[in-house]
Design a protein around this ligand. Structure first.
Ligand SMILES: Nc1ncnc2c1ncn2[C@@H]1O[C@H](COP(=O)(O)OP(=O)(O)OP(=O)(O)O)[C@@H](O)[C@H]1O
Length: 603
């Protein structure tokens, strides 16, 4: 029990929390435009893809295509990514003093928290609502003190958890049984706020989790951990509210890794091979492509992108991503997944953003089958990445299980002008839909991040602001990948990457279209990367037109080429993909519903 010394200061602090809470500051839905901004702490990766800024080429090979690169690309040195140039961690001394000094027994009596612990179960009991409310208010209060931002109501993550991909994940028992998720979404969500907060303040106690995953578990142990995990989370919430221990503020409940596991529907990591075995036998795993952070493998009909995180080992010359960065990327992917939902009340929909089928957290070395697939690819194409046998049995990964989007634009051979037009209309309409739904900006739509595949369909359906739109595909279907630099407003949180922390991204050669596009984005945003500037989407459309004009060859007349040039010019006048989608260039690419149903519609 803490001492009563400093009680006045404690009372003042508590009054401040209560007063702000009573004003309803946290519970009122906020205009989300400048709501909570989650800064991804580290600088963006700048070393990926075929960009001039890094000189690194994105290499992806659709396994179904007989692709033979003319020569193996030489390894090139990647520039260092500046990291950690962020704001000073806030000073929590006052808040800590409060928790150190408060009489936890009295607080226990005053607050409507449960007095005995028990295992969380699905379904929310009254005392738990109250408990969550209290902890959530406290967290939000801390966030407002630090960031001077206001918070919207909870809900987005719980909505995401209801998306088909996650429902499917639970149905299939990913993780360690569907019963493993026993945490009410409300709890998860408020934990998520904390994750960011704790990370930014640099006080996350990661040892707790390291202990939890330091060895592989038997299924009985795992089941026990499921139970334990729930109790740990409950204990974390209780501690957050009631005790004076610093470590309690940093408890499991607040750990981004736990949040990551929870979003993935798991209570403990699995092995890479366990994930792959859901999709194919080990002998049929084929590596598809690589980025600076991810290695993409074909597994049956799916693609598993493996991204190592949180380890000390540098991978491909880079510091590994942190779990909180991946948590945001995961949330971004799942938010875009929601655009795939159909139904009468759907207002914006499209299938152009790559579908995330499942998400898994793994731990351990690369399995022999993956090493074999990696080496085969290296032998054929010359990998720029480090050999995966460097990973220890402690290494953690997120595996993004995605639909197979095909081959990237860089290596894809377009047949004719119709295909080029369809590529443009699909990307433009998809961006318009995501702008309308989530103020989405991709911010890195180079030709390595556009995948193409040929399908047996003639039209594709989009819903833009309630209106159904059908575009001609000419048998070509586009998928957009890699949302690392993207900006999104989930309705509650704005996720973005602060590119000003990474000046190298703007230092690519003059005249290089991709490098020029980053610099133009900087002009447009004036370095306010959290803001909404849908013009950045238009800049990438202009880049794509340039790529088609300058780098791709396909059957086209001189009039077709002129049309592309005038489109590029007119794009200057648009401030969003939504505006661009009304350009006359696209007019003939939209078809009526009647025409669409006569053909084969894909949705
Ligand atoms: N769903 C997918 N379908 C087909 N190929 C894919 C898919 N996802 C990734 N790839 C291929 O693997 C390559 C690496 O993927 P991706 O670009 O997402 O990795 P990354 O590590 O995020 O890259 P970077 O961070 O360097 O941009 C891509 O260039 C792409 O060609």
């Amino acid at each position: 029990m803490g001492s009563r010394a400093g009680g006045n200061a404690v009372d003042d602090l508590w009054s401040a929390i209560i007063a702000e809470e009573e004003e309803g500051r946290y519970d009122q839905p906020q205009e989300p435009k400048i709501a909570v901004v989650y800064r991804r702490k580290t600088a963006p990766k700048v070393t990926h893809k075929s960009n001039a800024r890094t000189g690194r080429a994105s290499i992806a090979v659709a396994s179904c295509v007989d692709y033979r690169p003319q020569q193996i690309k030489p390894k090139r040195k990647k520039p260092a990514i500046p990291r950690g140039k962020s704001e000073q961690p806030p000073n929590y001394d006052m808040e800590k003093a409060y928790f150190q000094d408060v009489d936890s027994f009295e607080l226990l009596e005053e607050s409507p928290s449960p007095k005995k612990s028990g295992t969380w179960t699905m379904g929310i009991q009254n005392d738990k609502i109250a408990l969550s409310h209290l902890s959530s208010a406290l967290e939000k209060w801390l966030i407002t003190k630090k960031l001077n931002f206001s918070c919207g109501p909870s809900g987005s993550l719980s909505k995401i958890l209801e998306t088909p991909a996650l429902r499917e994940a639970y149905r299939r028992g990913y993780g360690f049984g569907s019963s493993s998720l026993k945490i009410p979404p409300l709890q998860i969500h408020s934990g998520l706020h904390s994750v960011q907060n704790r990370f930014d303040s640099g006080v996350v106690d990661r040892d707790v989790f390291a202990r939890r995953i330091s060895s592989r578990k038997s299924s009985q142990e795992i089941q026990d951990m499921d139970e334990e995990g729930c109790q740990d989370i409950e204990a974390g919430v209780r501690n957050l509210c009631l005790t004076s221990q610093h470590s309690s503020l940093d408890g499991l409940y607040l750990d981004p890794l736990v949040a990551l596991l929870t979003v993935c529907g798991m209570s403990a990591p699995s092995t890479l091979l366990e994930v792959f075995s859901d999709y194919c036998g080990p002998e049929s795993i084929v590596k598809l492509g690589e980025g600076t952070y991810g290695e993409a493998f074909k597994a049956g009909k799916a693609v598993c992108k493996i991204v190592p995180f949180d380890g000390d080992l540098r991978v491909n010359g880079e510091v590994q991503k942190r779990s909180e960065e991946l948590l945001e990327e995961v949330i971004l992917s799942l938010t875009l997944n929601r655009l795939r939902e159909h139904g009468d009340d759907v207002y914006n929909a499209c299938t152009t953003f790559i579908e995330t089928i499942a998400l898994r957290v793994c731990q351990g070395t690369y399995d022999a089958a993956l090493i074999r697939a990696w080496e085969e690819w290296d032998w054929k194409h010359g990998s720029e990445n480090d050999h995966p046998n460097q990973f220890s049995d402690q290494q953690c990964y997120v595996v993004f299980v995605q639909e197979h989007g095909g081959q990237d634009l860089e290596s894809f051979v377009l047949r004719n002008f119709d295909e080029a037009c369809s590529l443009l209309v699909q990307v433009t309409t998809a961006l318009a839909v995501a702008e309308a739904a989530y103020q989405f900006e991709h911010r890195d739509l180079h030709w390595g991040n556009i995948l193409l595949s040929r399908k047996d369909s003639t039209t594709l359906e989009y819903i833009l602001k309630g209106e159904k739109i059908y575009v001609k595909t000419f048998g070509l279907v586009i998928s957009i990948i890699d949302f690392t630099l993207s900006r999104i407003n989930t309705g509650e949180d704005i996720l973005f990457l602060d590119l000003s922390l990474d000046p190298a991204i703007f230092e690519g050669p003059k005249g290089d279209k991709q490098s020029d596009t980053y610099r133009k984005m900087r002009e447009v945003t004036e370095e306010c990367w959290e803001g909404s500037f849908p013009k950045t989407n238009v800049l990438w459309l202009q880049y794509l037109v340039d790529m088609l004009l300058l780098k791709k060859s396909f059957d086209q007349t001189s009039k077709d080429e002129r049309d592309l040039r005038s489109l590029k010019k007119r794009l200057n006048t648009y401030d969003s993909a939504n505006e661009a989608s009304s350009d006359p260039f696209f007019k003939d690419l939209f078809v009526s519903h009647a025409t669409a149903v006569r053909g084969k519609v894909l949705n």
